[in-house]
Write a protein of this length. Structure first.
Length: 484
């Protein structure tokens, strides 16, 4: 790929492409409705019954709603901050934790993109066994072709890619809603009652709920999508509105897909279905055409989500580079406002993780859990910044006055994300550090470009802790204490 003269300039010299409320909302919905929703029946049935699922969705719904309110409030109170998740962490807790937030959010998007290709290949693998569960060599090769094909599409321009995402968002919501309607039509009350309390393999109700938390995090990733793309909003207030509209639009759909599935077949059988489990559930109700229907809807949905997440991931690197928190080469953009180096780095990390799935026992769930774990630190830091803003608005440069409800919402968001870190477990946290620690090389390079010290004393301590976590993670993998 040859770089044109415009590739070497900074996008600060040209106006950013502007997006409407409808397009921003589509970015949120398009990001949230992807691979996760099609895996919900199997993921939940493997952990809990109807009662646990209802509690899980209540906890996840309230927690993510608090985060949605946090992003809405921060967009209004700190309109000077772009690329939300990353910018909030930096403003509240310094450059190094801001860098970690940017890298963690970006890495979670890259790993999440891998789940999309794994699920597509697993879906096609039902009729083409050579693709297996999306983790065979042929599946990796075909997925790689898709990765780089999308790179070329987005390279043509952000505005065109965002417009495609808006169309695809509508196209993928329809089959999911149709699944819910069909499931209700074939709903078996006796099966639902049998699944209510859970199966013999499920533990205590608390453990059942905990076991579903990472799945709910994964499907709700994207609620911050409008905030990440805030520099492109025509009106700043549209960022918060799009966040809430997107969240409320999909929450009922996610919960419904999960709950109605318990009324179609025993949860033990649902848990054993290959992914996408939604296809197997619908086939049990209506016959083989149900699998085809869900599979087509999944491919459209996943490709749309992949497009949205790739855009957002590249945007985070680009804005971080503009703020001198990433190396300068990542701030380059074309005349169409496409940050090509950031886009290239995004696609490259997805490619690396895709190859790693060859060595995983369960490629889809490995990528799903790692995606969720990587996103938790950025979310926690953003929520914690909202608490600081509510307590000391004058010191944090906020616009307007803080309220008690703002503080309560931010505190609840912190508690929720802290609980999610606990639910993620030691395995996911250690594997996350294996990615986090080496990323510090980018931070050091950015500091060198500015002729600054690599670390302050506090930053050196944080760096040391991340390295220790990464070393423990490598040792645990090598010793077989944890597995991919």
């Amino acid at each position: 790929m040859s770089a044109s003269a415009t590739d070497t300039g900074s996008a600060t010299e040209r106006p950013a492409v502007k997006l409407t409320l409808l397009t921003l909302t589509a970015m949120v919905v398009g990001s949230m409705v992807g691979a996760g929703v099609f895996s919900l029946p199997g993921r939940f049935a493997a952990e809990t019954g109807v009662a646990g699922a209802l509690i899980s969705w209540t906890v996840a719904g309230v927690g993510m709603l608090m985060l949605a309110f946090v992003f809405q409030a921060l967009a209004v109170r700190r309109p000077d901050l772009d690329a939300g998740v990353y910018a909030y962490a930096k403003a509240g807790f310094g450059e190094y934790l801001g860098f970690f937030s940017a890298f963690g959010y970006w890495a979670s998007a890259c790993v999440g993109n891998v789940t999309y290709w794994v699920l597509i290949m697993s879906t096609v693998g039902a009729i083409w066994p050579a693709l297996g569960d999306g983790d065979t060599l042929l599946a990796i090769v075909l997925s790689s072709v898709g990765l780089w094909g999308f790179f070329l599409l987005i390279r043509r321009g952000v505005k065109e890619a965002a417009a495609i995402n808006r169309i695809v968002t509508v196209a993928k919501i329809v089959p999911i809603l149709f699944f819910v309607v069909l499931a209700l039509f074939y709903f078996d009350p006796s099966a639902f009652a049998d699944n209510f309390g859970g199966a013999d393999y499920a533990g205590s109700l608390f453990e059942q709920v905990r076991g579903t938390m990472l799945a709910t995090v994964f499907v709700f990733l994207g609620v911050e999508g409008a905030s990440v793309y805030s520099r492109h909003a025509k009106r700043r207030e549209d960022v918060g509105r799009a966040t809430l509209l997107g969240f409320l639009s999909v929450f009922a759909v996610f919960a419904s897909v999960t709950i109605v599935s318990y009324g179609l077949m025993p949860m033990g059988e649902i848990a054993e279905l290959r992914q996408p489990s939604m296809a197997g559930v619908l086939e049990a109700a209506v016959g083989p055409w149900g699998t085809w229907f869900v599979s087509i809807g999944l491919i459209v949905s996943v490709l749309g989500a992949y497009l949205a997440w790739t855009l957002m991931a590249a945007e985070v690197l680009f804005v971080a580079a503009k703020d001198d928190d990433m190396p300068r080469f990542l701030r380059r953009a074309t005349s169409e406002d496409v940050p090509v180096p950031a886009l290239l780095m995004t696609t490259a990390l997805s490619q690396i993780v895709l190859v790693i799935t060859l060595f995983s026992d369960d490629a889809f769930n490995f990528a799903l859990d790692l995606t969720s774990a990587l996103s938790l630190i950025p979310f926690l830091l953003a929520a914690a910044f909202a608490v600081k803003l509510a307590l000391r608005p004058e010191q944090e440069g906020a616009v307007g006055r803080s309220t008690r409800s703002e503080l309560v919402i931010a505190a609840l968001a912190v508690l929720y994300t802290a609980f999610l870190l606990y639910a993620a477990g030691l395995k996911s946290v250690l594997v996350s550090f294996i990615l986090y620690a080496p990323s510090t090389i980018l931070f050091v390079k950015a500091r060198q470009e500015q002729n600054r010290r690599a670390f302050s004393p506090a930053e050196a301590v944080l760096c040391g802790l991340s390295v220790v976590g990464a070393v423990l993670g490598v040792i645990a993998l090598a010793a077989g204490w944890i597995e991919l």
